[in-house]
Write a protein that binds this ligand. Structure first.
Ligand SMILES: O=C[C@H](O)[C@H](O)[C@H](O)COP(=O)(O)O
Length: 223
């Protein structure tokens, strides 16, 4: 079993009958969705909400009952991956472009469990370019504001065209270098008109499950 799968399977153990479960996005969340589907096929009764069209398609295909965002009041537990995790369990997310829906799920979940392999743990966030979701029609103005914050923004491309998120927006990947104060940067970014949200998840994770290549798993709880 690979390190991502190890972490995912450990996290899925926390899911009980009757729960509403938020499904993350990406190659680690993939294993959680697979493992959850197995439990559903064995009789676990849950309903899930997906953070991306990709995860929704996978969950549908594997027979996980889904509910739309419009029917949600609260989510019991969300299990999601991350691109970086620091010692305070702050995260960079959005490498797959799903940060907005992921953050809405995280903010409305009683519990957010993050699953990663050991490569995602860092002392300080910022080596991974920070994804910022921006509205396309004012992209040039928003990019200028991101440049003024020293973010060195690059519009993410897919096949030579701007990558389009599930919400119809663009992603500007920003390189701030080591991020000294994630909470402050998060606020500065989200105050720019034209920014929809950014991939900093500050003090949102309740638990991080880390899978190691030697087959072990470490659980880190928020303080
Ligand atoms: O937009 C994508 C998500 O934030 C992912 O959870 C994140 O990029 C980690 O993905 P992976 O598990 O594939 O490294």
């Amino acid at each position: 079993m690979n390190a991502k799968q190890l972490a995912a399977e450990q996290a899925v153990e926390h899911i009980n009958d009757g729960m509403i479960v938020g499904l993350g996005t990406g190659s680690t969340a993939y294993w959680a969705i697979r493992s959850l589907a197995e439990k559903v096929s064995e009789g676990l009764r849950i309903r899930a909400v997906a953070s991306s069209i990709q995860s929704e398609d996978l969950a549908k295909q594997l027979g996980i009952p889904l509910i739309p965002f419009s029917e949600l009041e609260e989510i019991d537990m969300t299990i999601d991956g991350a691109d970086e995790v620091d010692a305070d369990l702050n995260l960079i997310k959005g490498g797959g472009g799903a940060l907005l829906r992921e953050k809405i799920l995280a903010a409305n979940s009683k519990r957010l469990i993050i699953i990663v392999d050991e490569s995602k743990r860092v002392e300080r966030l910022g080596a991974f370019p920070l994804p910022v979701e921006i509205v396309p029609f004012a992209a040039n103005l928003t990019i200028r504001r991101l440049e003024r914050l020293q973010g060195k923004p690059q519009i993410r491309l897919a096949n030579g065209e701007p990558f389009i998120t599930d919400n119809g927006n663009w992603i500007a990947d920003c390189s701030f270098g080591p991020i000294a104060d994630p909470a402050q940067l998060h606020l500065q970014l989200n105050m720019i008109p034209g920014v929809v949200d950014n991939g900093l998840f500050v003090q949102m994770a309740h638990q991080v499950v880390v899978g190691y290549n030697d087959g072990t798993v470490k659980i880190i709880n928020s303080r």
